[in-house]
Design a protein around this ligand. Structure first.
Ligand SMILES: C[S@@+](CC[C@H](N)C(=O)[O-])C[C@H]1O[C@@H](n2cnc3c(N)ncnc32)[C@H](O)[C@@H]1O
Length: 164
């Protein structure tokens, strides 16, 4: 397979839609404790087989309510300068408007997943679901500028209110 630099779009389809308490992206709350329902479209329901065995899931979704991208930005709600590189942030204004959230799976009801930890607006298109496994747990992580800005503990043991 030949990779093209700056190559075009891969084929992406919406697999479902998020139902969350946040009608507007600006309403999304920190810390991420809100519950929501992920509706998977019936043609993909078969792909949910065995998902209920996992306590946590990665949800890949579209920042469909943000326009444009900024290669440097002050991403947190407090907009603390100096600007950081986009790829060192979770800013919604990205080259490719892709988002990733780890949620806790509370219950599966057919093609609906009841989850905790949503940070996407109501009606957000979903692109993929993957299991979060022990392989994804990393020890000794560093959180760069988030630590120096006081937005993360120096070790990965303490939750933080922003920057995720
Ligand atoms: C900081 S981003 C992090 C998202 C994801 N956890 C990630 O790391 O890719 C979360 C913010 O995106 C914004 N947001 C939520 N849903 C959105 C949507 N559908 N389109 C654009 N922005 C959205 C909200 O302001 C929310 O606080």
């Amino acid at each position: 397979m030949t990779a093209k630099l700056d190559g075009g779009s891969p084929r992406l389809v919406h697999i479902g839609v998020a139902h969350t308490p946040f009608s507007d992206p600006r309403d999304v709350e920190e810390p991420q404790e809100a519950e929501g329902r992920l509706e998977i479209y019936s043609r993909y329901e078969k792909a949910l087989k065995d998902v209920e065995g996992f306590s946590h899931l990665f949800v890949i979704w579209l920042f469909h309510r943000s326009e444009g991208c900024e290669l440097t930005c002050c991403p947190t709600r407090r907009s603390i300068p100096p600007p950081r590189g986009l790829f060192a942030t979770r800013s919604p204004y990205r080259v490719n408007p892709l988002a990733l959230t780890v949620v806790t799976l509370l219950e599966r009801n057919g093609r609906f997943l009841h989850v905790r930890g949503v940070d996407m607006a109501d009606g957000t298109p979903l692109l993929d679901i993957k299991p979060y496994t022990d392989r994804d747990r990393k020890e000794g992580i560093r959180c760069g500028w988030l630590e120096t800005a006081g937005l993360r503990a120096r070790r990965d043991s303490e939750p933080s209110e922003e920057g995720s």
